[in-house]
Structures are given as structure tokens and as C-alpha cells.
Design a protein around this ligand. Structure first.
Ligand SMILES: *Cc1c(COP(=O)(O)O)cnc(C)c1O
Length: 418
């Protein structure tokens, strides 16, 4: 068997749940006790909450799409097609190619562009670069990360360095840091494989997102953009291809609400083909550890279909309303105030900052710890340079905004000396 048994169980649960996708959505409390699927299971999973059965407490997520917390929650329709996918064997390379073609059509990518479902944006970064380095040369593919006979450098702006460039370095390349256009000119050599851009760092670097692919073109170099968390807006799914980026990476397990272990490599057909050759299911490849299952591949397509058909304005309004529900309640506590903001890029969704004055003698860290270890456990953002807490609501399930308001009132209200 290729799938570990826990995974098979999970997929069986998915298959069972598929029959119930039209059931109305339940509140968090109702879901965590006994959803409909529990009726069909005995043993592990029979309570409807496998996490609680393992003694692992589920978390209400007001922090955002954190891989550490499970990415995002897939819509029931995505669960349903994943269950369908789990019932058949198929050729994985054939499925990947067909999925890429479908995704390119769905996103109306420029001609000559395709897509690959990867294990995530991180997997897309590594396989995308590996493909640039090896092309379709089988012995080079087997040789990575030994770069003998291949190009060996990737140019990146100093301010764009981030933990996910580990996936670039994983291919064996050296990152060449530059800051100015002049330094870029000097850094380009016959060792240069690619120019990499980190989208969330756009405002930090001297060379901006539209300029980078133009410079790459001038030097006849491929360029990649890591846009993992950069939907919404939905148009970002095709904007960077039209801007001239050769490879573009997105996470599935973020706002797109695809399976957590899915992502997208969008790009030039040849480079996407080379990336697949460096990835699972092919053995003796650098990317063999970044396995993508048939379930994730079809789940990614379904998630994209749903995401493209969303009323994004309405969704945004709903997210804002949830925050305002929380705001109204907690502002009743003397000393507490709230404000709203939306990051320009990456997690471009409504956020709320919660601050309090000296009447509440608690640090942001203390409040977030209390919420995180409480019952129910709630994850919020804290201690990120600015005072107070930062929360968002796009990963909340119905009713959880009220739960958060109640718990915040308990934690902040109890300590108020007013
Ligand atoms: C989340 C993230 C990644 C990794 O994405 P996965 O889909 O979890 O592999 C890479 N880069 C950035 C900027 C991210 O935010």
C-alpha cells in the first residue's frame, strides 16, 4: 500500500462525508461533537473528531493561513472530489498533465503557459528551479543537488531573502544577493540559472515586481516569483504570468482553500514539464519527497473552481462583519479599543488590531497565550512589532466570531480594574 493507514482512514472518512455535503453547516460546537459521518465509522474517528481522539485539541483560527495550524479548511465540495479520487488508480504523470491543462484554461493563462499541482508553494519553488537547472536531461535530474555541469547561482534581492529560499538552496545553488540594478548587472554571469522574486517583500526591495521580469528578459534569464500567500485578489493567479514571470508559485492550503498539501507551479510549458520530471512520482529525483497525491491534484482543481466562482466582494464583507461583531463586544471592556487594516500584499484580507490601556495589566503575549491554551483554544497574532493583538477572520467557521468575542471578554474583562 502506498498510503499510510491514517491517510487511508482519512480518505475513507472523506468518502463517507461526501454523501453529506448538502447537510447544513453546523456551528463549531456541534461539529466537534458528532458530525453525520460518525454514523458510518467505528473505532478511530467514530466521535467525528479524530484530533480529540488523539488528545490533540482543535484550534479556532483567528491568526490566518498558517501551515503550523493546518493551512486552511477545504470546502465540502473539495472533500467530495477527493473522496471520489481516492477510489481509482490512475497514471500520476498523465493526471498531472491533464490537471495542468485544465488549470491553465480555468485561469486563462497566456498561451505557452501551463501549471503543475505541487505539494505546496515550497515544493513548487524547489521543483521549478530544479527543472530550470536540468531541463529534461535524465542524468542531470538524477545528479541533483550535485550541480556539476549545470548553472549554479540564483540572483535575489537582499531584502527578499526569507525562510522559503531554503527550497532554492536545496537544489545546490548559491544565492547571489543584490540590492541595485547596477549590482544585478554585475552579478549576472554564465553561472546564473534564474532570478528569484519574493512577492511579499516587494516594498522592501529597490527593484519592483514589474521591473524584475523585464530585467530577466534583458539578460535572457528565467525568473520566478514566490506568490504563495498572494491571493486575494484572485487576479494574482494570472497577473504575474501576464507580467512576464516564467514561473509563479502559490499555496493551495491558504486562501484558495485547496488541500493543505497542495500548491501550484504556474509557468512556461517547458519549465513546468521539466519541474514535473524532477518531482514525485518519478523516483531518483530531488522532488520525490514532495509527493502529491491524486486526491490533492483533483482537490486543487475543485478548490480553484470554487475560488474563481466566489463573490469575492461579498466574502470580504463577511470577513469584515465578523471582525466588527468581535469589535462591538470587546469595546464594552473599559480600556479596550480596536482598529481595522488590510495588508497590501500577502493575506490581503481584513484584519483587526486590538489594543488596551494600563487598566488591563497584561501583555499581548500573555493574552495570546491564555487564549491559545484556553478551552476552546484560540490562535491570534501577537508580538509582531506593533502593540496589542492582530486577528483576522477569513479562516473562521460560522459562529466562531462570537466565541472569540466571549473568550476575549473573559481574558481582558477579568483583569480590567475599571
Ligand atoms: C506559505 C508560504 C510558502 C510555502 O507554501 P506551502 O504551500 O506551505 O509550501 C512559501 N512562500 C511564502 C511567501 C509563503 O507565505
Amino acid at each position: 500500500m502506498h498510503l499510510p493507514s491514517s491517510r487511508r482512514g482519512f480518505l475513507r472518512t472523506l468518502a463517507a462525508m461526501a454523501a453529506f455535503i448538502h447537510a447544513p453547516r453546523k456551528s463549531f460546537a456541534a461539529r466537534s461533537s458528532a458530525p453525520n459521518s460518525a454514523r458510518t465509522l467505528t473505532g478511530f474517528g467514530q466521535t467525528g473528531n479524530p484530533y480529540l481522539e488523539l488528545g490533540v485539541k482543535p484550534v479556532i483560527n483567528a491568526q490566518g493561513t498558517m501551515t503550523m495550524l493546518g493551512g486552511s479548511l477545504v470546502p465540502p465540495e473539495v472533500e467530495a472530489v477527493m473522496g471520489q479520487a481516492a477510489r481509482h488508480f490512475v497514471s500520476l504523470p498523465e493526471l498531472e498533465r491533464a490537471a495542468g491543462k485544465r488549470i491553465a484554461e480555468m485561469l486563462k493563462l497566456p498561451s505557452g503557459y501551463s501549471a503543475l499541482v505541487t505539494s505546496g508553494a515550497a515544493g513548487a519553488i524547489q521543483s521549478g528551479l530544479a527543472g530550470i537547472l536540468t531541463g529534461d536531461n535524465e542524468s542531470l535530474i538524477k545528479q541533483l543537488p550535485d550541480l556539476t555541469g549545470m548553472k549554479s547561482e540564483v540572483i535575489i534581492q537582499k531584502s527578499h531573502r526569507n525562510p522559503f529560499d531554503h527550497q532554492l538552496r536545496g537544489t545546490g545553488v548559491k544565492l547571489i544577493e543584490i540590492e541595485t540594478c547596477e549590482q544585478l548587472e554585475r552579478a549576472v554571469s554564465d553561472r546564473t540559472a534564474m532570478m528569484h522574486f519574493t512577492n511579499f517583500a516587494n516594498s522592501l526591495g529597490q527593484i519592483k515586481v514589474e521591473e524584475w521580469p523585464k530585467l530577466a528578459r534583458r539578460h535572457n534569464l528565467p525568473c520566478m516569483i514566490d506568490a504563495a500567500a498572494d491571493t486575494p485578489p484572485v487576479s494574482h493567479l494570472w497577473d504575474y504570468a501576464h507580467m512576464g514571470y516564467d514561473l509563479i508559485t502559490f499555496s493551495g492550503g491558504k486562501a484558495i482553500r485547496a488541500p493543505q498539501c497542495a500548491g501550484l507551479l504556474i509557468g512556461r510549458e517547458d519549465l513546468v514539464r521539466f519541474a514535473l520530471l524532477n518531482n514525485s512520482p518519478y523516483e531518483d529525483t530531488l522532488g520525490r519527497g514532495q509527493k502529491v497525491g491524486k486526491e490533492e491534484i483533483v482537490g486543487m482543481i475543485k478548490a480553484l473552481e470554487l475560488y474563481l466562482n466566489q463573490d469575492h466582494d461579498a466574502l470580504n464583507e463577511e470577513w469584515q462583519q465578523r471582525l466588527e461583531t468581535i469589535s462591538r463586544e470587546i469595546q464594552k471592556i473599559p480600556g479596550v479599543s480596536t482598529s481595522f487594516f488590510t495588508p497590501d500584499i500577502a493575506n490581503h484580507v481584513p484584519h483587526m488590531r486590538i489594543i488596551w490601556d494600563g487598566r488591563i495589566p497584561l501583555t499581548a503575549r500573555q493574552v495570546s497565550e491564555t487564549l491559545r491554551t484556553g478551552d476552546p483554544a484560540i490562535a491570534v497574532g501577537a508580538g509582531e512589532g506593533l502593540p496589542g493583538l492582530a486577528i483576522n477572520s477569513f479562516m473562521l467557521e460560522p459562529g466562531e466570531d462570537r466565541i472569540i468575542a466571549e473568550e476575549l471578554k473573559k481574558v481582558l474583562g477579568n483583569r480590567s480594574s475599571a
